[in-house]
Design a protein around this ligand. Sequence first.
Ligand code: F6R
Length: 609
Amino acid sequence: MCGIVGAIAKRNITPILIEGLRRLEYRGYDSAGVAVLVPGKGIQRTRAVGKVIELENALAKEPVQCHLGIAHTRWATHGKPAERNAHPHLSERLAIVHNGIIENHGPLRKRLTDLGYTFTSETDTEVVAHLLAHHYKEKPDLLCAFRSTLAELHGAYALGVIHQDEPDTLYCARMGSPLVIGEGSEERFVASDPLALLQVTDQFIYLEEGDHARLSLEGRDIWNRRNLPVEYPVLRYEHAALSLDKGEYRHYMLKEIHEQPSAIANTLEGTLAEDHVLTAVLGPDAETRLQDIQNIHIVACGTSYHAGLVARYWIEEQAGLPCQVEVASEYRYRQVAVPGNTLLITISQSGETADTLAALRHSKQQGYLASLAICNVAGSSLVREADWRLLTKAGPEIGVASTKAFTTQLTALLWFSTALAQTNNRAPEMISANVRALRTLPGLVEQALYLDGRIEQLAATFANKQHALFLGRGTHYPIAMEGALKLKEISYIHAEAYAAGELKHGPLALVDEDMPVVSIAPSDSLLEKLKSNLQEVRARGGQLINFACETAELDNGDGITHIHLPPASDSISPIVYSIPLQLLSYHVALVKGTDVDKPRNLAKSVTVE
Ligand code: F6R
């Protein structure tokens, strides 16, 4: 997804802008650009299709010292990836960068064309540049012109603006797309993600929906959508101490897979007592508020949705509460029947996923008891707009394929299910068993990581395959779905997951010697059922790869590979079994030579619909 960086400082800001863009590369983009105000010369723009390094090379040809500038990585929505469509966009003496989508760009473009403006791109963003220039021409007061422009935009935007007539000012605004202000000492920055600015500051102000701001060396002014001045606290970025480089690892994804034991331990820190969970983590009156909950709706996208699917099994079985789970892109557009006292849970790594955020906003008119955001980014929009929050402490996740975010979401959800069970006076043995299991979880995940070498050998068997099936039952069915998603997204092998009992209702027709079938076969109450399903696969010549506990006593034979996992209790087993599936997709992607951390067509944070 698109990324924004802007800076005003006494020092030369070009290297800061470039480093900021580099730090946003993980989000996915197809072109990049920068506009700086060169003293005595005006705005100088440089753009390049492809990687940030291309932009850097272009800038190196004519290095300049400057103190005000904006930069952007673009992920094409309106108009194909091309230099003419890359940001910043210019109009007269101003330059702008934009994330999001301007829905009324069509009529605005027509009006501006009629007024004599010439468009050089197919983007919705250029409309904003000309509209601002037009308002400024009518009344040469940039703040007023900026406000008049914002008032005419429908859709989502985060904007950064510089103007030659105000060489000491950087303007920005947000509506539906995230934007933070970074505070330095006599210097200020703006970015769509704080990660871009950790090179220069760990102090951030998170703008609210509808806010706009004017930044200068001396200070900042922020106004809300009614143009009233607002003040926000400057927050220290919590994960700033964490290393953002790959360290000894070849890819961020591998590093993040290996960070899971500590990410899970961090997520659980301060949440567990000897034999019960500490519900006060949810806020001072959590105990009373939890008592009111009689139903749960969970809404999320992609991997986070899979975490919700696992949680449904836990919440219904352990807490005895009805629970339904839905993808946010569907939920946000339908009239949901909400039974009394229903809690809405949104799950998101980034907290900025457009569909999930829209689902939360949509829920506000549906009569929910309250909303809870389970999220990895403390200052994100989702966290700020939800009634309650439960933070996962995975640290920054850079690899596009979600790994440690997923297992920490599962950890938080198991904790939450236990909290509900505890509040509803469910069996104390089950609650203390969950607490014990959660304590052993980081160690078991560590043991599962030892399978790395074994899985690396196995990966070669996928190299020439076009398709794969993943099977699981119970809580491990959504884990099979997540395994299939991981394989698809980074190795580009078509993979589907089925609840193993569904095999005979259709997908069995696909099984032959060219179809690897991955089964997740922990020693639980459904193992015997799963064994029959696996025999159906072997009888058709399908190649079986079983992730199972040593005690599972699965059939041996040609075409069957077993990977043994450490024994884990039922509640945490889906979390432990996620690890080898992540490693499998990683190693298959290496064999296939794909771009593991930045798979084609995908973005880390999906901030447009
Ligand atoms: C897959 C993946 C995506 C995200 C989805 C939601 O590996 O990362 O499917 O899970 O885009 O993102 P968040 O969790 O940030 O809302």
